[in-house]
Design a protein around this ligand. Structure first.
Ligand code: NAP
Length: 316
């Protein structure tokens, strides 16, 4: 039944993170009744954060999941509908794009891809055995399990800083392992880390192996990037905060991607295929902020609305 056409829509939005939902608000308010296909990890990366301090309009901050819930309600209020399944590929041509899912095929005149990005892995063999049993990509999800434990956070960006600071609430000791001798994180986050007595930093090291006792992580092997020397350190948890990779595998043969796999869009958020737009982290290697994702979501929806209106006008 996977090939059966289950529905026809003017606009389908793939992804219900901040970009997809904002596109949903704009498109629904423009009477396009968009179908939002959410994927299985509904809500995107804001579901994995705690307090968002830099989204305009919230001087005291807003919890990531609450922000998502609010935008979702806003989209629903104007007539967006939601379907929890995953887009596996898009086929068809201009005017009738077909989104294939395990539930069947959904057809649309226009599509906005807002499938975001997923946590990057180190690619260690141990990830197969210990992911969820000491290795984690989500400090906010697993932080509470680290009470009184030793943890390592890998990375040098804002996420690593945020994770390390968050984990000090629970863990006995937090060590940031970074492959260079300086962080790329914003100065304010770096300062909070440097000022926190519970956080140690090991510069110029990478994690080359993670060892355990069969049920949980016990050690990490670190290699000095300058000398090549290896050391094994005791740790109960290793949190990855080494960036994200865009979720574009399902359209890699359809729309143009850059060398890192991000979708290339023009200033109207249009991809290399007419009527297919992209918004949010899936097309943004640079800013990757909640507010910029919301901004491109809005732009993609307005562009899609204009595109559809022009088509209607031409076909009338
Ligand atoms: P990021 O800025 O891309 O940082 C990734 C970090 O991981 C870098 O320090 C990088 O090292 C390191 N890394 C990458 N691959 C690695 C590997 N294979 N082994 C070891 N280390 C590796 O990612 P992010 O921290 O997730 O941030 C993404 C975006 O979200 C940024 O724009 C950031 O500002 C934003 N953000 C903002 C906040 C906030 O404002 N509170 C919070 C979280 C994220 P190098 O530095 O050597 O490249």
């Amino acid at each position: 039944m996977a090939d059966e056409i289950k529905g026809r829509h003017k606009l389908i939005i793939l992804g219900d993170g901040v970009a997809g939902l904002t596109a949903g608000v704009y498109a629904a308010r423009a009477d396009l009744a968009p179908l939002i296909i959410t994927g299985y990890e509904s809500g995107g990366q804001l579901m994995l954060t705690t307090l968002v301090e830099n989204f305009p309009g919230f001087p005291d901050g807003v919890m990531g999941p609450e922000l998502i819930e609010r935008i979702r309600k806003q989209a629903e209020k104007f007539g967006a509908s939601f379907l929890m399944t995953a887009a596996e590929k898009i086929t068809g041509q201009e005017g009738s794009w077909r989104v294939h899912t395990p539930e069947g095929v959904y057809e649309a005149e226009a599509v906005i891809i807002a499938t975001g990005a997923s946590a990057r892995m180190l690619g260690l063999e141990a990830e197969k055995e210990y992911m969820g049993r000491g290795i984690s990509v989500c400090a906010t999800c697993d932080g509470a399990f680290t009470r009184g434990k030793k943890v390592i956070v890998v990375g040098g960006g804002d996420s690593a800083m945020e994770d390390a600071l968050f984990l000090t609430k629970f863990a006995e000791k937090v060590t940031i392992v970074h492959r260079r001798d300086q962080f790329r994180a914003s100065k304010i986050m770096q300062k909070r880390v440097f000022d926190n007595p519970k956080i140690d930093i090991i510069w110029n090291h990478v994690v080359t192996d993670i060892k355990g006792d069969g049920t949980k992580v016990t050690h990490a092997v670190l290699r000095n990037t300058q000398t090549g020397e290896e050391q094994t350190v005791e740790t109960d948890f290793v949190f990855y905060a080494i960036g994200h990779v865009p979720n574009t595998g399902f359209v890699k043969d359809l729309v143009k991607l850059d060398e890192q796999g991000y979708i290339i869009t023009d200033k109207y958020q249009m991809t290399s295929q007419k009527g297919i737009f992209a918004a949010g982290d899936v097309q943004d290697p640079l800013w990757r902020q909640a507010v910029t994702a919301a901004g491109t979501g809005a732009a993609a929806a307005i562009s899609a609305e204009r595109y559809l209106a022009e088509r209607e006008h031409t076909n009338a």
